[in-house]
Design a protein around this ligand. Sequence first.
Ligand code: KG4
Ligand code: ZN
Length: 325
Amino acid sequence: MILALETSCDDTCAAVITRAGEIRSNVVSSQGIHDRYGGVVPEIASRHHLELVNAVVDTALDRAGTALDEIELVAVTQGPGLVGALLVGVATAKGLAAARRLPLAPVDHLQGHVAANYLAPDPIEPPFLCLLASGGHTLLARVTERGAHERLGGTLDDAAGEAFDKGARLLGLGYPGGPALSRLALEGDPQAFAFPTAARVGGLDFSFAGLKTALLYKVRELGEAEAGRRRADLAASYEHAIVESLILRVERALAVEPGARLAIGGGVAANARLRERAAALGVPVKIPPPELCTDNAAMIASAARWVQPVPFPGYLDLDAYPTAA
Ligand code: KG4
Ligand code: ZN
């Protein structure tokens, strides 16, 4: 069995899975304290990880009905992410592994989102195209083997999840904005406002900065009272633009790789509209259940199965790597 930790952002996560990719436990403790600041405060996130991590690991072992003695491999997110937050997971994983002379697998967070698609039941087999859309990243990749992905395109500015979060903030919704904005969007008309999808950005790259600005201008143009009345329409149209922008690039990628299958990962893949749109593309599509799309440690454990583990004591000086600026 594999025990994995994930602390790259504001969720403290631990999971136990089997080598075959069956989830025995998957614990996510959301800090829920960043809402009042409208985003994640790195220092606060690190401190909360420190307070929560041991209890989260214990809960994951308990729920899996196992103990450290039965764990053969410890895995941890090494990066990218908030470096102080990552360090809590890395230090904890080192301690757990070293105490039992276990090997340690350092896992790339994005590879983790891809590997959510390899968990049981019905894991996808490469090759496939993969859309990754989270709070920190948006990219299209070709996956030909399990431990790697080849980048085909990425965002030129904001990530898709960031666009959700910033739009939500403009509409006076809390953080994280994605779930709140899409709930509000259910009551609105996605065709009410025509927001840009950056279709002019050619190839497989994404851009969301113009969309965010378009929402800001629209809110100003409507005025506070009217924008307040039409919040649901604004949310629905904004969500529609993000989803269509993502789907447009996927369609472009599929056009040059006919017959390719598609997998989707990252927090934005929890979005119901995106899931519906992807399912209607006419190609086989694999999307993990929503709780495996947003940050979790089961996906990190899954990815660890294709990482060369570092034997004890080689990992004692292992470092986290932050998000590239
Ligand atoms: O993968 P993730 O949990 O963390 C990162 O690696 O960034 O993604 C978090 C992002 C946030 O921006 C959040 O607003 C977005 O995913 N998100 C959603 C939904 N659930 C989470 N966006 C749209 N619709 C959702 N249902
Ligand atoms: Zn993530």
